[in-house]
Write a protein that binds this ligand. Structure first.
Ligand SMILES: *Cc1c(COP(=O)(O)O)cnc(C)c1O
Length: 465
């Protein structure tokens, strides 16, 4: 095909492209390697299309002329942060894919300088990494002592490795949970070297089932929070206090994977109650572990609280070094614990969002809807239901307010392409944007993104029709 050959000759060599002033500027800005890579990629794609005969006539020459613009666009994308800020309009407060609890904006000064991470300032010598924080974690939870690791999966892993390696852990069949992101309780147990001893049935498990399973090889009784599902109907589970009594009578620890890290009565926010960490300890749990970025509202972390005799071996375990938290998580955890201790929960973004009165959300929604309709977008304010998410209270929601805009998947896609991307949900071919999870200062950006996305789709449809 001589025409194809002729077309291919229109595609410039990489070194010719790099000689262009715009791309020389790009090298100064992005660095030589990224620009080379973008050039190679763009040229290779054009060659492929030309070789496949996709570009008839002088289309190759035209496409070759557009190469610098194509390359600059690719570079602009590669220059974006790897993790982009997004507007969460899903109404799911603890959205695991969107980073669970949002962090506060005021970064503590210790994260902008050197800090006494493992340093006893008064004595001028090496200190313990967890020592400054452990007491504060324990105090918030009403526990004797505390340990912090990277996440709750690591917490459970360390507890089992330190106390149940090579021995059995008794768990009810109704609690063998899987959490999104490949946390499966039986797999964590196996990895930690503990043998799972299942008792009871999926829907019903009695104290007697546990009692019969205790034997010479038993290391602990483990209770795992149902987290992201609910067993309803003909069900039974022994009370935690009964299990604690049984465990202690046999000299075993009762370990609870509480998961969410609930510290306060959720009825304050109109949600059904969930046993708090303090209540579990008061009921007799020896060790309780939970995530730092769920209801605690802090950074990713796994917190373990309970009796000193059970926690001391965790911080001394060789695995602790592999699971220990970094300075960022420790400092941010301290910041969020201070809010829980002082009762200033409104300073934690998660609790500020939970406490927003629905009337305030409705006012914002109506104002946005008015502004959008003036811009030609048929948006209407509507009531919605927001959810805690993150493996907490799976089917309980809280009243909320937001916007509904016709447009379905195409509009949702266009919103995700906005800057910053807006993540919404689709209901009955309408895009629904819940304002409970949108920070008020994001409203103008949200309106602009909606107006642009909506008109873009209208233009597309008009063009395609
Ligand atoms: C969320 C959760 C986990 C996993 O916690 P990560 O911090 O994500 O590792 C484990 N168990 C329960 C019960 C949970 O709710």
């Amino acid at each position: 095909m001589p025409a194809v050959k002729a077309g291919l000759r229109q595609i410039p060599a990489i070194h010719r492209l790099l000689d262009l002033p715009v791309l020389r500027d790009a090298v100064a800005h992005y660095g030589r390697a990224p620009v080379m890579e973008a050039c190679r990629g763009a040229v290779a794609r054009l060659r492929e299309r030309a070789a496949a005969g996709e570009l008839p006539g002088d289309a190759v020459e035209r496409a070759a002329g557009e190469l610098p613009a194509v390359i600059l666009e690719a570079l602009r994308h590669s220059g974006e942060p790897a993790y982009r800020a997004v507007v969460n309009a899903t109404g799911v407060l603890l959205h695991t894919n969107l980073g669970r609890a949002p962090l506060r904006r005021d970064l503590p000064s210790s994260l902008r300088s050197y800090l006494a991470l493992e340093y006893d300032v008064a004595a001028g010598r090496r200190g313990q990494r967890l020592a400054p924080l452990a007491g504060r974690i324990a105090r918030v939870c009403g526990a004797e002592s505390a340990v912090m690791v990277n996440n709750n999966a690591a917490a459970l892993f360390l507890i089992l490795a330190a106390h149940a390696g090579g021995r059995e852990v008794i768990v009810s069949r109704g609690q063998l949970i899987e959490i999104g992101g490949s946390f499966r309780l039986p797999d964590v147990m196996a990895a930690a070297g503990a043998t799972l001893r299942e008792v009871g049935c999926t829907n019903r498990c009695h104290l007697e089932d546990y009692a019969q399973a205790v034997g010479e090889r038993t290391a602990a009784i483990l209770v795992a929070h149902h987290s992201n599902f609910r067993i309803v109907g003909f069900t039974a589970e022994p009370a935690l206090a009964e299990l604690a009594e049984l465990a202690h009578a046999r000299g075993l620890p009762l370990v609870v994977d509480q998961g969410s890290g609930a510290l306060h009565d959720l009825r304050r926010w109109g949600l059904p109650p969930e046993p708090t960490v303090g209540e579990l300890l008061a009921a007799g749990a020896d060790v309780v572990c939970f995530s730092g970025d769920k209801l605690l509202g802090g950074p990713q972390a796994g917190l373990v609280v309970g009796g000193a005799e059970w926690l001391r071996p965790l911080a001394r375990h060789p695995l602790y070094r592999a699971l220990r938290p970094d300075k960022t998580a420790l400092v941010l955890m301290d910041q969020v614990l201070a809010c829980h201790l002082s009762g200033h929960l409104e300073e934690i973004p998660l609790y500020a969002m939970m406490a927003l009165p629905v009337e305030a959300l409705a006012r914002r929604a109506r104002r946005l809807a008015r502004r959008l309709r003036a811009a030609g977008v048929p948006a209407r304010a509507r009531s919605t239901r927001a959810a805690l998410g993150g493996g907490t209270t799976p089917d309980e929601t809280m009243p909320s307010f937001g916007l509904a805009v016709p447009g379905g998947q195409a509009l949702a896609d266009a919103l995700r392409a906005a800057a910053p991307p807006v993540v919404a949900r689709i209901e009955d071919d309408e895009v629904v944007l819940d304002l409970r999870t949108v920070f008020a200062e994001q409203d103008p950006g949200l309106a602009a993104a909606l107006a642009a996305a909506y008109s873009g789709i209208q233009a597309n449809q008009a063009g395609g029709a």
